[in-house]
Ligand binder design. Structure first.
Ligand SMILES: NC(=O)c1ccc[n+]([C@@H]2O[C@H](COP(=O)([O-])OP(=O)(O)OC[C@H]3O[C@@H](n4cnc5c(N)ncnc54)[C@H](O)[C@@H]3O)[C@@H](O)[C@H]2O)c1
Length: 257
């Protein structure tokens, strides 16, 4: 991908799943990456593994994306470590299996909205001024196919992922003339710890449950983290220079049906 080499990015939720694959892909493209995660040990582990292969390419950032001061400090770490910031990939997110509006607790609703939506508001608040200072760049927000269609038993997840799509559009419109592009990616169910934890199964039972989840995906398998990382790399790169405000399904055809 063109225009990634030497640039600096923060990937929230970089300690696992889609964020982890994205951190690796960006390092492979010659970029520097702030591996930001709530779980310090996970961020440190991924940053160390990346640095072993690409010396100096990664820094671990421990931060809770729902907390303003933590996000602000995290952006400062990336900027001071690498000398600037060209983009953010918002991968931190949760799925709780919270139920519909009758079953979902107020606590689950608030947590979901904070982690999945407020986080993008906060990283934008502190990172976009830095991206503008660096001469422009790109933000990628991870929504979901369930930002377009819904499951009956996930009211807060559906609301949060729909909100990510429209927040992406607002950010794109506002910053179109600042040289900051903002896009979203909408994966179908993906093979990551988030899904394994949600399914709550192990071994053969987990393999079967994943196969059931993949059944409605026309291409016949769950989204691979690498598929999302490729789409992120494209949307951060100058190969997508005139693309902003879109929400791109990476879903093996799930939304076609
Ligand atoms: N896995 C899927 O099926 C799937 C499908 C579509 C969209 N998504 C979305 O992609 C994103 C990433 O999902 P994943 O599957 O990689 O999940 P994951 O659980 O594998 O990784 C999420 C990471 O985010 C971190 N995180 C959670 N809360 C945080 C917080 N408050 N502050 C900082 N970091 C925090 C976790 O520690 C974890 O390392 C989420 O927004 C999710 O909704 C996932």
């Amino acid at each position: 991908m063109r225009g990634l080499e030497g640039n600096t990015y923060i990937v929230t939720g970089g300690g696992s799943g889609l964020g982890k694959a994205t951190c690796w892909r960006l390092a492979e493209e010659g970029a520097k990456v702030g591996v930001l995660d709530l779980r310090k040990s996970a961020a440190e582990e991924i940053a160390a593994e990346i640095n072993a292969q690409f010396p100096g390419a990664a820094v671990a950032i421990e931060a809770d994306v729902t907390k303003s001061e933590a996000v602000k400090a995290g952006v400062e770490v990336a900027v001071s470590t690498f000398g600037g910031l060209h983009g953010v990939v918002n991968c931190a997110g949760i799925a709780l299996g919270e139920g519909g509006v009758v079953e979902c607790t107020e606590k689950s609703w608030d947590l979901m909205m904070d982690v999945n939506v407020k986080s993008i508001f906060l990283t934008g608040k502190y990172a976009i001024p830095e991206i503008i200072k660096a001469g422009g760049g790109s933000v990628v927000n991870i929504s979901s196919v369930f930002g377009f269609v819904v499951n009956p038993d996930e009211c807060a997840y559906a609301a949060s992922k729909g909100a990510v799509i429209n927040l992406t559009r607002q950010m794109a419109l506002q910053h179109a003339t600042d040289g900051v592009r903002v896009n979203a990616i909408c994966p179908a169910d993906a093979d990551t710890p988030l899904i394994s934890n949600l399914l709550g199964k192990e071994g053969e039972a987990l393999i079967e449950a994943k196969a059931e989840l993949a059944a409605p995906i026309p291409m016949g398998h769950l989204t691979k983290p690498e598929d999302v990382a490729s789409a992120v790399a494209y949307l951060l790169s100058s190969d997508s220079a005139f693309i902003t405000g879109v929400s791109l399904p990476v879903d093996g055809g799930f939304l076609v049906k």
